[in-house]
Design a protein around this ligand. Structure first.
Ligand code: ATP
Ligand code: MG
Length: 435
């Protein structure tokens, strides 16, 4: 099957065969010049949408008034958009009108110079009206035109700027950066869902700690996750946290995660100590954060709900935050308790959170090593094996379902997890003795 690029080249050729201009545009040109595989191909064309649909009869009009049509070919989706000029933006999100225009004008409406390049699909020639090639070579992210105007037109560009700078490892050009800082408040006009999507994409990047820094330094984070700002200057006992305040600690942890750490883990790391500021007390000259794990779980839930994360993400992150201090007790836990602690689906992520929690602060590894040794020791059978005795057995023994019933089943499981009950007959005898 033809790959995405040759599919897009063929689609563009059908447009040029009909006498239209058809260029690759935006991210796919940028990524090719960077030697990266583009996520998808976008074609910009002089053909108006009706003409595009005539040439590609199966194509979908996704935003006909924006001039965007999606053509499908060989399992690839290619966006074909008519060259256009955006009219005025009154709401900070979307132009009120668009009019079809020239390639040069089309490049001017795009966000950053590195995203404003075109490429002739047939020859590979790059067409640059915005100085994007020079900025790509210099690793600079620069708004096209007047940065202040561009960010006030569309405030989502504030988040996109951070994401592109971090994804590509580019510096943000000073006037672009100044405009971002000056227009950060515009983020209030963007829906939580769109902010969340951008934020999720940057917090999972290998350089996620830089994303956090840029969000903080620009003031952007104030508009969607202000709780993180409280971590700055929240000092901690130096004997446990020689690295510094809670913000520094959190940031170091983010750098220590694997490059491909899952979203839930990145969010749990970011939020694990979110309740340290509100729980901080002084006991003599000793700093304490009693209950920061439980309050942190509640705060994480509120924050992620406000940001419109799906329930499964909210539940996992909040659960991980609620348990992050329990790693201190693993060596004292009874076997049954430890097995139950380890048997949850989030446990591998929790172990990683614990690893970076210690590695970024006091360097302790004892509890981590203990759990890892237990994982090996317990590996032969499931942590929670199938029950020796079921509710049905208890009913046959004449018991009524209820709290006692549940306690009894749990006690049997405890005995089983600790290795004191190993067979069904033995377990039934144990139960009979107790009722
Ligand atoms: P990615 O790899 O994230 O897809 P991309 O550059 O392809 O990067 P898209 O969001 O797919 O980004 O958008 C495609 C192109 O459309 C961009 O390269 C840019 O030229 C233009 N664009 C997208 N969003 C905006 C925006 N908010 N303001 C101005 N131009 C935009
Ligand atoms: Mg794209």
């Amino acid at each position: 099957m033809p790959d995405a690029r040759s599919t897009a080249v063929a689609l563009a050729k059908r447009l040029t065969d009909e006498g239209h201009i058809a260029y690759f545009a935006g991210g796919c040109v940028r990524d090719r010049l960077l030697g990266k595989a583009p996520k998808d191909y976008d074609i910009a064309t002089s053909a108006i949408p009706e003409e595009v649909i005539r040439i590609f009869p199966g194509a979908n009009e996704v935003g006909a008034h924006f001039g965007v049509v999606i053509a499908k070919s060989h399992g690839h989706h290619v966006e074909i958009a008519t060259f256009r000029t955006d009219g005025s933006y009154r709401d900070g999100r979307r132009p009120e009108t668009v009019s079809f225009s020239s390639p040069e004008e089309d490049s001017q409406r795009r966000d950053f110079t590195i995203n404003g390049l075109f490429e002739n699909p047939q020859t590979g020639e790059v067409i640059d009206f915005v100085g994007g090639k020079a900025d790509l070579d210099a690793c600079v992210l620069r708004a096209i035109g007047d940065p202040a105007a561009r960010f006030s037109e569309d405030s989502l560009r504030l988040m996109r700027a951070v994401r592109f700078a971090v994804t590509l490892g580019f510096e943000i050009e000073p006037a672009t950066w100044a405009a971002m800082c000056g227009h950060a408040a515009g983020l209030a006009r963007i829906s939580p869902e769109r902010i969340r999507d951008e934020f999720s994409r940057m917090i999972v990047l290998p350089k996620r700690a830089r994303a956090l820094e840029l969000l903080v330094d620009s003031g952007l984070i104030h508009h969607f996750l202000p709780e993180v700002l409280e971590l700055i200057g929240c000092d901690q006992p130096p004997e446990w946290h020689p690295e510094g305040d809670v913000f520094t600690h959190t940031k170091i942890m983010l750098t220590m995660l694997a490059d491909d750490a899952p979203l839930e883990l990145c969010l749990a790391v970011l939020l694990h100590d979110i309740a340290k500021p509100p729980t901080r007390t002084l006991d003599g000259d000793r700093i304490r954060f009693s209950g920061h794990d439980a309050l942190g779980a509640t705060m994480a839930e509120e924050i992620l709900r406000r940001m419109r994360y799906p329930n499964d993400v909210i539940e996992s992150v909040s659960f991980m935050v609620s348990r992050h201090m329990q790693f201190m007790n693993v060596q004292q836990m009874r076997v049954a308790k430890l097995k139950r602690f380890m048997a949850v689906p989030t446990f591998p992520m929790e172990l990683e959170l614990h690893r970076v929690d210690c590695a970024s602060s006091n360097g302790f590894t004892e509890n981590l090593e203990f759990v890892k040794a237990k994982q090996v020791e317990f590996a032969a059978e499931p942590l929670i094996p199938s029950p020796l005795v079921t509710g049905r057995d208890l009913i046959s023994l004449g018991l009524q379902p209820g709290p006692v019933f549940r306690d009894l089943l749990e006690s049997v499981q405890t005995e089983q997890l600790e290795g004191r009950l190993t067979g069904r007959e033995q377990a039934l005898a144990w139960v009979k003795e107790r009722i």
